[in-house]
Design a binder for this molecule. Sequence first.
Ligand code: SF4
Ligand code: SF4
Length: 162
Amino acid sequence: MIKYIADIIKGIISLMEGLLVTLKHVFRKPITLQYPEQRPDISLRFRGRLAMPIDPATKDNRCTACMICVRACPNHSIECEKIVGEDGKPKPKPASYTYNMGSCIYCNLCVESCPFFAIIMSDEYETGTEDKASLTMDLAAEKYELKGKKAAWWGSKFKTEG
Ligand code: SF4
Ligand code: SF4
């Protein structure tokens, strides 16, 4: 009889413990978002598709067409053509900078290798498309405007390094 009553008490305690866990979760701040109405706060380290932002100081991109990123890319996702001057000599500016998002593996090696902070993995994550051609883009012609905290972070890199 005593064992029977002890088992009932144990059962009630176990039930209360379970209910406490449920109650704790009912009043907890939600960790899910109602996407797409609600958007996540993107981390600075997030790797969206590659971009060549416009430097606000010069209103131009920072690329010198040095080709270091082209050689660093393990997937041959970047092609860069230099501007050719009237003297027939190549100039340190890109005539085109072709990025193939379809073959990019978002490894960031191009960004890390660029000595001029000319490219960055952007915040853009809604890049799904049925149009294969749109995966290839000329970043030099794009005039990409970096915004938000990533813009401040990117700008601080080359300002502090002079
Ligand atoms: S992130 Fe990697 S794969 Fe993509 S373009 Fe840069 S180096 Fe190439
Ligand atoms: S993005 Fe950077 S590494 Fe690539 S060609 Fe331009 S300056 Fe050179």
